[in-house]
Design a protein around this ligand. Structure first.
Ligand SMILES: NC(=O)c1ccc[n+]([C@@H]2O[C@H](COP(=O)([O-])OP(=O)(O)OC[C@H]3O[C@@H](n4cnc5c(N)ncnc54)[C@H](OP(=O)(O)O)[C@@H]3O)[C@@H](O)[C@H]2O)c1
Length: 247
């Protein structure tokens, strides 16, 4: 049911958690602008979201969030808005230290940490003075599992940045969600025949005992967008993955 006239920009809104967030915020009456790099994904996302027949059509265009000039042109075209959600990421990145390659570390850092920071920086000229920013970290920031050295370090940095920015950009609010394993195209780097088992295996020892759905993370993002007294928070949405449940 529509209850707002506010505008939200979702960088990464063409897939997974970002697309689910666009879907939910449309239902809540927001004017939604989405972006990703790939025009085909963007067109497909428009088609998916247009079926909702929202009062105001979803708009957006391709932008690479690792490129400051593209971001500046994008936000200049978008104009004033109320809330920024950043869900961009590079897929994969699970590696042991022994197999780690410098070029891959750079690509993953740029694809997530740099993209998040440049996106927020570029948005500041047109984001409402008391609007909100929501970033996305990951449970890997808190886990000590082998193979998570790169992902964990990058997601820790994003979550830490969200708290620092909450202080630096106030009265704008800055928060992050920290998802566990969520069924989205992020996992497409795993061969299709092995993917379902991999996600089930990765979540069977969590309290909830299953992978999460993008809608469940979108619900938490919507809370952070809407709650005007919440800032500097990193909100886990992980089915209890951090609880170390003994069975
Ligand atoms: N899925 C999980 O299990 C999980 C768990 C914990 C945390 N997360 C985090 O949740 C966030 C969303 O992930 P997801 O699962 O929804 O991933 P996803 O389905 O792969 O979606 C990623 C989105 O980001 C866009 N994107 C990627 N790089 C970009 C760039 N440089 N510039 C602009 N857009 C870019 C993609 O579109 P294009 O490819 O067209 O650019 C796509 O729209 C990420 O930060 C991820 O690390 C995911």
């Amino acid at each position: 049911m529509a209850h707002t006239s506010e505008r939200v920009v979702i960088l990464g809104g063409t897939s997974g958690i970002g697309l689910a967030t666009a879907d939910l915020l449309l239902d809540r009456g927001y004017e939604v602008v989405i972006a990703g790099r790939n025009q085909e994904r963007l067109t497909q996302a428009f088609k998916t979201l247009d079926t909702k027949k929202a009062d105001r059509p979803v708009t957006g265009k391709p932008v690479d969030a690792t490129d400051g000039e593209q971001l500046a042109a994008f936000f200049a075209e978008v104009g004033g808005f109320d809330h920024l959600v950043v869900t961009v990421t590079r897929n994969g990145g699970v590696t042991s230290l022994a197999d780690l390659e410098a070029a891959e570390v750079r690509k993953h850092s740029e694809g997530k940490l740099l993209a998040h920071l440049l996106s927020v920086q570029a948005a500041l000229g047109t984001l409402r003075a008391d609007g909100s920013v929501t970033l996305v970290g990951a449970v890997s920031s808190q886990l000590s599992s082998p193979g998570l050295v790169v992902l964990g370090a990058i997601n820790s940095a994003v979550e830490s940045a969200s708290r620092t920015l909450a202080a630096e950009l106030a009265p704008r609010r800055v928060n992050a969600v920290s998802p566990g394993v969520i069924e989205t195209p992020w996992w497409d780097w795993i061969p299709e025949e092995a993917r379902a088992d991999a996600l089930t295996g990765a979540t069977s020892d969590t309290a909830v005992g299953r992978p999460g759905r993008p809608e469940e993370v979108a619900h938490a993002i919507a809370f952070l967008v809407e709650n005007a007294y919440t800032t500097g928070v990193v909100l886990p949405v992980d089915g209890g993955a951090r609880l170390n449940v003994q069975r």
